[in-house]
Design a protein around this ligand. Structure first.
Ligand SMILES: [Zn+2]
Length: 236
């Protein structure tokens, strides 16, 4: 009598385990998709950072270029003033200004050259980054499609698994199901376990000989006196 209940409970437990595993995997899929999206967003952000850096380098160079142009205009003005003056002192002062401004222009041009080189390096990084980003986008798209496919398959499997679970549950009497469910809820992993070498297959504590005998006799459902899981004789 009790043997049949145990066998039915074992079938129920196996189907419960399957439903739980399928549900857990299915529930985890949105988080996995979000992970793929977050990874791609981080890569996109890094790429935008590269583009911005190159853009800033170029705008800094343009600013310096304008600065050079205005200094060149200043030199032209100084030279025109020189032609109009008859005072040696003023002529010499303007000469000094011209030399000073030429030195500034030369420094700015050095800086401009550095920025041009930095910009070229930046453009190379952007081109490389673009290729990598395209690859990452393609990979993320594939990964998401796989996960969505897996999600649909899991949902379908879960429908069947739940039907099988309901069939298994209908085969056990209500009191035994209620007891089994209470134990499963409190233990999480399993509610009915085999006796292994005289010990409970759930908590691994040694069972009293009385418990082992009772399980062997299978007159009634027997519980581990330590963890409360139902134990059954699986043959030693
Ligand atoms: Zn136990």
């Amino acid at each position: 009598m009790s043997n049949q209940i145990i066998e039915a409970l074992l079938v129920l437990q196996e189907r419960d385990t399957r439903v739980a595993a399928l549900s857990a995997e299915l529930e985890d899929i949105p988080a996995r998709i979000a992970e793929v999206e977050a990874e791609l967003a981080a890569k996109t952000e890094r790429f935008e950072g590269l583009k911005n850096k190159a853009r800033l380098t170029e705008s800094e160079r343009k600013k310096i270029d304008l600065d050079v142009q205005s200094k060149e205009a200043a030199i032209s003005r100084y030279k025109a003033q020189q032609q109009q003056t008859r005072k040696n002192e003023e002529y010499a002062a303007l000469n000094h200004e011209i030399e000073h401004t030429q030195k500034e222009i030369s420094d700015l041009e050095d800086k401009e050259l550095e920025l041009m080189e930095a910009y070229d390096r930046g453009l190379a990084l952007v081109a490389e980054g673009q290729k990598e980003l395209l690859k990452a986008q393609e990979k993320a798209k594939q990964k998401k499609a796989e996960l969505e496919k897996r999600s649909a398959a899991l949902a379908a499997e879960l429908v069947t698994a739940k039907e099988q679970q309901a069939t298994a549950q209908a085969a056990v009497d209500e009191d035994a199901v209620a007891r089994y469910r209470r134990i499963l809820k409190s233990k999480g992993d399993s509610a009915i376990v085999p006796i292994r070498s005289g010990a409970c297959g759930g908590c691994h504590m040694k069972l009293t000989s009385q418990t082992v005998l009772s399980a062997r006799g299978a007159e009634a459902l027997t519980a581990c006196e330590n963890c409360g899981r139902l134990v059954y004789w699986a043959g030693e």
